[in-house]
Design a protein around this ligand. Structure first.
Ligand code: SF4
Ligand code: MG
Length: 314
């Protein structure tokens, strides 16, 4: 509720704080068990920061964060460690997120050791073999190093590491953006299979609406730190309400030629989050903006069941 993260901006010789950027600005959402919630927006909109706040890899500046009723922001020590078993993260760059000096077995096994999930050496090894097979790799991969694997395989290793501790929620921070299109579908299918098998919920962060369309039950669209629209997937893709969502969707190719989508061309680039436009942040690029848009922030309000939109005119 009202999750906000402001980063200080420092300037001058003394590096004094001269201002701040609200990377995440009053964001509200919930994720249900075993569901995928897609969080979409262009780079710099605050979606990754939001994901990291959920895990407290970044400390939120204000707002409420609850996991199964527990106040996440108040957790420390042993309780915070327990949270980090329940919530895992998969990173965008499968090259940077695996320690090049560790074998695959050690990378996956580290989490088992930290959380005390293997009583004996045999159990530890059997568990790693099982995890490798679960993500489509082979037992003999455990003695090899990350550089011996392709991008897609490395992402599978990252996924094996994440599921090793049987999490309830995984923050997927653009897990397929760095992969070839042909590999993207395989990794997404794997994530869907694991969700079916283990009932894991995903917060799926992406910059591209087409990536999250099939995997997400609900989707939220972010622009400059704020959620501007959230809806069940099918509804968001078939009947978007926010002009920004319309613009993002009109860039997504449609395989079915009988489906017509409004073409919306955006003016200019995403403005800097350091000094965002007043009122509705989107007014400098919105094709239907009026005077009121630069003066008043449109609240995120319900239009249909489960469909919320932040626009004065929708
Ligand atoms: Fe466009 Fe105004 Fe709606 Fe913002 S509030 S999306 S600027 S019409
Ligand atoms: Mg990011």
């Amino acid at each position: 509720r009202n999750l906000t993260k402001a980063f200080p901006i420092r300037g001058g010789l003394l590096k004094r704080q001269v201002g701040s950027v609200r990377a995440v600005d009053g964001v509200n959402f919930h994720i249900e068990p075993s569901e995928t919630f897609g969080l979409v927006g262009e780079s710099g909109c605050g979606k990754s920061t939001t994901g990291r706040c959920v895990l407290r890899l970044i400390e939120p500046s204000s707002g409420e964060l609850k996991f199964e009723g527990k106040d996440v922001i108040a957790l420390s020590g042993e309780n915070l460690r327990a949270l980090r078993r329940d919530i895992q993260i998969i990173f965008q760059d499968p090259y940077a997120s695996l320690n090049p000096r560790m074998t695959i077995g050690a990378i996956i096994g580290e989490a088992l050791t930290i959380h005390g999930l293997a009583a004996s050496r045999q159990q530890y090894e059997a568990r790693i073999v099982h995890l490798l097979e679960t993500v489509g790799l082979q037992a003999d991969h455990m003695t090899r190093y990350p550089h011996e694997f392709s991008g897609g395989q490395r992402q599978r290793i990252g996924i094996a590491r994440a599921i090793a501790v049987e999490p309830k929620l995984i923050i997927c921070d653009e897990p397929v953006s760095a992969l070839d299109v042909s590999i993207q579908a395989q990794v997404i299918n794997l994530l869907e299979d694991l969700q079916q098998k283990f009932g894991i919920a995903y917060l799926f962060v992406a910059h591209d609406l087409s990536v999250v369309e099939h995997i997400s039950r609900r989707v939220a669209v972010m622009y400059l730190g704020r959620i501007v629209e959230t809806a069940p997937s099918r509804q968001l893709y078939s009947a978007p309400k926010h002009p920004y969502t319309e613009a993002l969707l009109s860039a997504v190719p449609i395989p079915d030629p009988s489906v017509k989508r409004k073409r919306v061309r955006l003016k200019g680039e995403v403005p800097s989050p350091i000094n965002p436009p007043s009122g509705c942040h989107f007014h400098t690029r919105c094709p239907i903006a009026k005077d009121v848009c630069s003066k008043e922030v449109p609240p995120l309000k319900a239009s249909d069941e489960g469909h919320l939109v932040a626009c004065h005119f929708r």
